[in-house]
Ligand binder design. Structure first.
Ligand code: CP3
Length: 354
């Protein structure tokens, strides 16, 4: 397993080719997944370890990617807090009793994930057992801000008005909420590691709505304490979108690998992050709707920007969209593998020129 290309890249070791996996690689763009979902509601699927493991493993088999990501959701940890979680058809996730005040924060139920979401850890064990030995399993959690945004807004949001209102209104309440989430997420992620997850990704998907000054004041200390609590020896990927204004701060917060979206060139991003960290990204998910030649051009551009350096994990800048043609996703994985080997040969030949 030490020789898995994905884990090697996380540790910034030399790899034979550039590893690739894709956010939302198991999901609605896959006919097999849609067929399963006709029979099983989304939350039931997440709570049935055999099925969650099956979906995790099937995506890897279908795509030929270099890592698996556990099939679960960042919102699963909210249900046991007593706020009422529902995935409604069409509207996305709904929190029935959103948190809007200090009293609401005080009412949140805090209990060990091993008791409240044991099905996630069981899914980790089953997925690990079902995967080929050389394919690592990535566990994950939402990061505190992104999780809090659902908890406070009651669902998806555009402007995060309620979240920021709470953040600006009462520093003590905000801190109490962040600290509760950090404790919960730490236990959740360490539980996944104990069950067999070999890397962890924190999804801070909506962090890009914050100014750098607000990130520093309201988020950075909590992210640092989150990273400090994770079981050592397991690489952690720190992912966000719309983070072009925040890359230095995300790096300061922590993570062995920093996720980069497509709104910034990968080489520019990597320079700002520093070449002493690995990076993951950063193709626009919508290039998967482009003709093959354009897709290939874009894959080569990203690989070229990575410059053959150690520590690049190829991914999209955000998740695969549900309408994406599966065959284009398979083609992308092959293009990354072939393109990175070609680039490696080119680089080696250049080195030979006196
Ligand atoms: O990446 C994977 O293949 C692993 C599984 C995974 C899911 N959600 C399954 C899912 C992961 C890693 C997530 C993370 C997640 N969940 C994030 C962070 C990543 C991101 O996209 O920024 C967020 C914000 C959520 C919250 C969430 N879950 C939303 C907003 C929705 C509804 C919107 C949508 O895309 O449908 C979900 C539901 C969800 N989570 C689905 C899947 C496959 C679709 C549910 C269905 O089958 O209908």
């Amino acid at each position: 397993m030490r020789n898995s290309v994905f884990l090697q890249a996380c540790r910034r070791e030399k790899t034979a080719y550039t590893p690739v996996w894709l956010m939302r690689q198991a999901g609605r763009y896959m006919p097999e997944y849609r067929a399963l979902r006709e029979r099983v509601p989304f939350l039931t699927l997440c709570k049935t370890p055999d099925l969650a493991a099956q979906v995790t493993v099937e995506a890897v088999e279908r795509l030929g990617v270099d890592a698996a990501i556990l099939f679960a959701d960042i919102l699963l940890i909210l249900e046991p807090m007593g706020v009422g979680l529902e995935f409604s058809k069409g509207d996305g996730p709904v929190i029935h009793r959103p948190v809007r005040s200090g009293a609401d924060v005080d009412r949140l139920v805090e209990s060990p994930p091993a008791e409240t979401v044991p099905f996630v850890f069981e899914a980790v064990r089953k997925a690990r057992a079902g995967l080929p030995a050389h394919i690592p399993l990535i566990g994950f959690s939402g990061a505190p801000f992104t999780v809090a945004s659902y908890l406070i807004e009651g669902g998806s949001s555009r402007n995060y008005i309620e979240t920021k209102r709470l953040m600006y209104q009462d520093a003590g309440v905000w801190r109490a909420l962040m600290e509760l989430l950090v404790r919960n997420i730490t236990a959740y992620v360490n539980g996944q590691i104990a069950a067999g997850a070999q890397a962890i990704q924190f999804f801070d998907s909506w962090i890009g709505c914050l100014s750098p000054a607000d990130y520093r004041a309201f988020i950075l200390p909590h992210m640092q304490s989150l990273f400090a609590g994770i079981t050592p020896g397991v690489p952690v990927i720190h992912f966000g979108t719309d983070t072009s204004g925040l890359l230095e701060l995300l790096t300061e917060a922590g993570g062995d690998v920093i996720g980069v979206d497509w709104r910034i060139d990968l080489d520019t991003a990597w320079r700002r992050i520093g070449h002493d960290r690995a990076v993951q990204g950063n193709l626009d998910p919508v290039t998967l709707f482009a003709p093959r030649d354009e897709l290939r051009k874009q894959v080569k551009r990203v690989l070229h920007e990575a410059g053959g350096r150690v520590g690049h994990i190829f991914n999209l800048g955000h998740g695969i969209l549900p309408q994406t043609p599966v065959e284009n996703v398979v083609a992308l994985v092959n293009m990354v593998h072939e393109g990175s080997e070609e680039l490696k040969v080119e680089n080696e030949e250049e080195e030979k020129i006196p």
